[in-house]
Design a protein around this ligand. Structure first.
Ligand code: WTA
Length: 635
């Protein structure tokens, strides 16, 4: 029996049982056999979800980049680590070997040191999907700096909030980004953000698009000349197992984004282990995840997971629709991709296009297809299975979160029989629980409830940066002694899990988590807006679209409504980013409220989804007449 690479269903059940009965032994064997340590741990793990506190491999010392790079050099130094596929198919693909990647990471790490970055400092990375992004991440890890990658689609305000929250002293960016036909001046966005973030002393700028940008004296430096004059050797900083590795922000249902903090050893072991099993990666495979490194999927399954396993990982700069809708399939053919990992929203968008786009390319290299970010609907699942996998590549519907660091529930390909729309079984080490509304665990099968995890796993986020109380309140207070995911799920008659969606005020739009509160805050800043409430409306491609109910101040009388809609969306773009724009805005006289003054979003959700025949229990509704108006206006 191999703990590390599960090959049969029988083995899965054996391994799973072991992981539950003797988690110490299970995880220590994996950590020992498949990773490199500077010093062994004293204790495999300790935990107390009531504080909450979780520690893995305490006492151990290591550096994750030695595990991602150095240890591979003598066996696969000339193997391609990263295939960089540029936005424009006419531009040459870049193949970066493990030797080259090692050298580039070390050189970049020396630049960071030269610029005064030290162990424990926070470095904000705001880059497009170019090799420098992966290299910057690893360079931070090399010297023990904590990386905080911000997705380059976020606005200057969102960027500055994240920089200030973790007190980053450096920002790494580029002159611009290419996405399809569009060039975005990323440096300009950073300049705007830094007006509100005086703590940033240095901005390193990678050259990508050659558009004109402004460089502020002393603060801003072109990256390339610094790399050219830096040493290429850099020994790695020795890190304690629980030293922070990175912070990654995710939306909450209220207030500021949450800076999820992940630490070194546990994250590493879990990223490596889950990558190997969920994608059934074998030595010469080419693996491609289409996510952006600005999200957790990119952290764990473009950078760390693949490199920990000595894999070849594709980084794609562009979009699925440029130069045409065949781009994904063309890349699969060109690089003979074996594992392909994408989001349901992309699948739905591509499924709408002519089948010729998929038929034109040779997709026979594919062995595993993955899905992540939101529930995959049955239609999209079948389209993916038939047209991309040709019914021979298992689909792994992987459920997890920024907070979990790695995949928790997923089929193992060629091991777990798949069922459309089911994430199926927990990975070894994961002990899910479904809870009812009274806080009791629902035992047995054929039950539906709120999804929790009752035992720690190595990659669980350790805290929200700077706000441990919020960490406890958000994840560990609803069900004492358990981690609450914020998702609902059902367990069917064979014990398979199906994720039914968020049960809080987070809406997933095209695979991006958006909290309603920050969007409402942005809208409410508009001079003419009195109050607003955002809900999700089912959308054919995006999964959900944002539907806003907005009441206006009397001063808005006579103002053009469409003009107001444009202004409101412009404000959202500026405060958060274009991904948070509303698809529909309904101006209304009032919002349905409970007697205690809470907005009844459940009712608004029904209106937005044109499902108002049965409004459910409205006994606590303060203003029933408002509901009638809202329904009539929506028709
Ligand atoms: C949702 C992304 C159903 C879920 C890795 C979760 C999913 C949130 C799936 C986390 C899936 C992710 N099926 N829902 N396979 N994968 N989700 O933090 O609601 O960006 O809580 O992490 O996405 O999103 P996040």
């Amino acid at each position: 029996m191999s703990n590390y690479h599960i090959k049969s269903l029988e083995e899965y059940f054996q391994v799973y049982r072991k992981s539950v009965n003797d988690p110490e032994l299970f995880w220590s064997e994996i950590a020992e056999e498949h990773f490199t340590w500077r010093k062994h741990w004293n204790n495999v793990f300790s935990w107390d979800f009531s504080i909450p506190e979780v520690k893995w491999f305490e006492g151990a010392e290591l550096n994750i980049t030695e595990n991602c790079l150095d240890r591979h050099l003598h066996i696969r130094g000339e193997k391609t680590a990263i295939i960089f596929e540029p936005n424009d198919p006419e531009e040459e693909t870049e193949y970066i070997t493990y030797n080259q990647l090692h050298k580039r990471v070390c050189t970049f790490a020396n630049v960071l040191k030269d610029e005064g970055v030290k162990k424990g400092d926070r470095v904000c990375i705001y880059l497009p999907m170019i090799p420098e992004l992966a290299i910057a991440v690893l360079a931070c890890a090399r010297i023990g700096a904590i990386h905080s990658v911000v997705f380059a689609g976020f606005s200057s305000t969102a960027l500055s909030t994240r920089i200030n929250d973790c007190d980053a002293k450096m920002v790494i960016t580029s002159d611009g980004s290419f996405r399809g036909k569009k060039i975005t001046n990323l440096k300009g966005i950073v300049d705007d953000a830094l007006k509100e973030s005086p703590g940033v002393k240095t901005v390193l700028v990678a050259k990508r698009t050659n558009n004109k940008i402004k460089m502020k004296k002393k603060r801003d430096k072109w990256l390339q000349p610094l790399l050219d004059s830096a040493y290429t050797d850099c020994s790695s900083e020795v890190m304690d197992a629980e030293d922070p590795l990175f912070i990654l922000y995710t939306s909450g249902s209220t207030g500021k984004p949450k800076g999820m903090m992940h630490t070194t050893a546990g994250y590493m072991v879990y990223a490596g282990y889950t990558f190997k099993n969920v994608f059934n990666y074998t030595e010469n495979d080419v693996y491609w995840c289409t996510a952006d490194i600005g999200w957790i999927t990119g952290h764990t399954y473009i950078v760390y997971g693949p490199l920990l396993n000595g894999a070849t990982t594709v980084m794609f700069e562009g979009v699925p629709s440029y130069p045409d809708y065949g781009r994904f399939w063309q890349i699969i053919e060109e690089h003979k991709v074996n594992q392909f990992y994408t989001a349901p929203t992309a699948i739905r968008a591509l499924a709408k296009e002519d089948l010729e786009y998929t038929a034109k390319y040779d997709l026979s290299s594919l062995k595993v297809l993955g899905s992540v970010g939101e529930p995959i609907n049955e239609e999209a699942w079948h389209w993916y299975n038939e047209n991309i996998g040709k019914k021979k590549s298992p689909i792994v519907d992987t459920w997890w979160q920024t907070e979990t660091g790695g995949i928790l529930i997923s089929p193992i390909p060629y091991v777990t029989p798949t069922t459309p729309t089911f994430a199926t079984l927990p990975l070894p080490g994961i002990q899910p629980a479904l809870m009812d509304s009274e806080g009791k665990e629902l035992k047995g099968n054929q039950v539906e409830g709120n999804l929790c995890v009752k035992f720690p796993w190595p990659a669980i986020a350790r805290t929200i940066w700077g706000n441990h109380d919020r960490y406890r309140d958000t994840y560990f207070s609803a069900y004492p002694g358990m981690y609450f995911t914020g998702d609902g799920a059902m367990r069917d008659e064979v014990g398979y899990y199906r994720i039914t969606g968020r049960v809080d005020d987070v809406i997933i739009v095209s695979g991006h988590n958006l909290g309603t509160a920050p969007i409402e805050d942005a809208i409410n800043e508009h001079m003419e807006v009195a109050e607003s409430a955002i809900v999700g409306a089912t959308h054919e491609i995006k999964g959900n679209s944002l539907y806003g109910f907005i009441t206006l101040k009397p001063s808005a009388n006579g103002k053009d409504r469409d003009e107001l809609r444009l202004e409101i969306n412009r404000m959202i773009s500026e405060r958060i980013g274009p991904i948070a724009k509303l698809d529909k805005i309904q101006f209304t006289e009032g919002l349905p409220k409970t007697r205690s003054g809470k907005i009844m979003r459940r009712i608004l959700r029904k209106v937005a989804n044109k499902d108002t025949n049965d409004l459910g229990d409205t006994s606590t509704l303060l203003n029933p007449e408002v509901v009638k108006n809202i329904i009539n206006e929506a028709l």
